[in-house]
Design a protein around this ligand. Structure first.
Ligand SMILES: [Zn+2]
Ligand SMILES: [Zn+2]
Length: 522
């Protein structure tokens, strides 16, 4: 039951009155705030404050799934599009509760085709976590609340559960929902910055408590974000160990402290932009080899192709573009598709007032992305709010004036993205695209799309500029040769995996570079 603030106050009034009379009541009534009382109930339910504070290390293992790009990598941005899950196996999270850091070691592979072995090889990988990351488990979260340096706040109610607010010693604000019957933590919530979505509240949900060595621990762990209620992590714990011997613990390197919100609003040094002329009125502007794409000149403005990689990369490209032609500024942005790597700079681009051109199917998600606040972690759009001005494309849109013509087409025959666009500059015969190809991919699962779109729209490119690189683009012959090589490698990889009894999601490859492969009866 939620403790009633009114009753607690009346007890306080009673104890004050008794104090005036020189009498006293039990300290539990005279000194505890409602928040302290609720936290005491939680600590008692989990095993008792003393027991919890005698736990130095916590290690748990398990398996599960997480959502690729937090749900921003699906076939389309529709609410009902299937989520792209990644499988997690052999996971171990080792938490040092004294230094408040952890190491996550796990094997992970997408349950969908991926272009490079680093995503599909199931190698065991490690990532470090700091104090704020540990708040998604009830034991470190309750210990953080019990820390004398923590500040307890108000109690509220959400869906019938009392909710305790507290601020950790590291100045992270946390909400903790408490089960009304058991007094065990039902969930915790904190806000993290997100390049595409602004402030994101992550709610960690705890189920299946079982006592172990005197401490109640949950066997079901789910993370859900406040964007579309997207579940981002589902972990099923299959073992817990408390106070693990130090020689059985992995080394846990410290992580740099996260920049406080105030520091995050100070722009870091702008990344360097490489400018490569492509043709008259067309340049390739890139941060590194991978993040970039063309800028196209019109009579009185410039058009930027893609806002990918990051806010910093996008702003650096806009600034560099604005110096290309005296008197001409970037006013328009073409976004190939909604995937979060390709829209990591969308909020930054809109903060500069750029109007956005994309497939009609991306309008709803772009409006969501631009409408979201960034209060705890202010970003460029929070500092310079602008509305989204959106031009939808169905099959084809031509941007044209007396100096330039840029054709924009809906990408056909591509199972990685359904609401995607590419662009074509007919005068210079330059094609520009995102995710139709990349010289550095190991495997290509959609290798027919390049030729299919060239044929369907009757275009004749000599150069292809892929946002994933390389800088300056590649001849169409070289692009086709890469696709052919990567498609063959994907076919061989699928055959090898099938022989080993481990079929690949997305295998066997269904397309060669000219279309669907012939079917064998089976
Ligand atoms: Zn993509
Ligand atoms: Zn991509």
């Amino acid at each position: 039951m939620r403790p009633s603030p009114r009753i607690a106050l009346s007890r306080f009034a009673l104890s004050a009155a008794l104090a005036l009379l020189g009498l006293s009541v039990a300290p539990v009534f005279s000194q505890e705030s409602p928040a302290q009382r609720l936290l005491d109930q939680v600590a008692t339910a989990m095993g008792g404050r003393d027991r919890l504070q005698r736990v130095d290390t916590l290690v748990y293992t398990g398996f599960g799934q997480d959502a690729y790009m937090d749900g921003g990598g699906n076939i389309t941005a529709d609410l009902n599009a299937p989520t792209k899950w990644r499988a997690i196996a052999d996971a171990q999270r080792s938490i040092d509760l004294r230094s408040r850091r952890a190491l996550v070691q796990q094997r992970r592979a997408p349950m969908f085709p991926f272009a490079a072995p680093f995503g599909l090889n199931w190698n065991r990988a490690s990532s470090q976590q700091g104090a704020a990351d540990l708040l998604d488990h009830p034991l470190p979260a309750v210990l953080a609340a019990l820390d004398p340096a923590a500040k307890l706040g108000a109690i509220s109610v959400e869906e019938g559960l009392p909710v305790l607010q507290f601020t950790t010693a590291e100045d992270v604000s946390v909400l903790m929902g408490v089960d009304a019957v058991t007094h065990l933590p039902a969930w915790t919530r904190r806000v993290v910055p997100h390049a595409n979505l602004g402030d994101v509240a992550v709610t960690a949900l705890f189920t299946g408590y079982i006592p172990q060595d005197g401490v109640q621990l949950p066997y079901g762990l789910v993370n859900r974000i406040d964007w579309r209620g997207q579940v981002t992590l589902m972990l099923q714990v299959d073992s817990y160990r408390l106070n693990v011997a130090r020689d059985q613990m992995p080394a846990i390197p410290s992580v740099p402290a996260p920049a406080p919100a105030a520091a995050a609003s100070t722009p870091a040094a702008a990344p360097a932009v490489t400018v490569t002329p492509l043709a008259k009125g067309a340049w390739d502007l890139r941060v590194g080899n991978n993040n970039g794409g063309p800028v196209i000149e019109f009579a009185d403005h410039l058009v930027l192709f893609e806002a990918n990689g990051s806010a910093a990369a996008t702003l650096a490209r806009i600034d560099a573009a604005n110096k290309l032609v005296p008197g001409k500024q970037v006013t328009q942005l073409i976004v190939t598709h909604h995937h979060f790597d390709h829209t990591a700079g969308l909020r930054a681009a809109v903060s500069r007032g750029l109007a956005v051109v994309s497939h009609r199917g991306n309008e709803a998600i772009f409006r969501e992305m631009i409408a979201r606040p960034a209060v705890q972690f202010p970003d460029d759009l929070a500092r310079s709010p602008h509305p989204l001005v959106f031009t939808p494309v169905d099959e084809k849109l031509v941007l044209e004036d007396k100096t330039q013509r840029l054709e924009i087409y809906h990408v056909l025959g591509h199972s990685h993205m359904a609401n995607a666009l590419f662009a074509y500059l007919p005068a210079a015969r330059i094609m520009m695209e995102g995710d139709l190809g990349d010289a550095e991919w190991t495997w290509h699962w959609w290798a027919s799309a390049l030729n299919a779109n060239i044929k369907a729209y009757g275009i004749d490119p000599r150069l292809n500029v892929a946002v994933h690189g390389p800088n300056g683009g590649l001849s169409i012959e070289a692009t086709r040769a890469n696709n052919q090589r990567q498609m063959r490698a994907a076919q061989e990889f699928c055959a090898k995996q099938m022989t080993a009894g481990v079929p690949v999601f997305g295998g066997p490859v269904q397309y060669d570079t000219d279309g669907p492969v012939g079917l064998q009866p089976r």
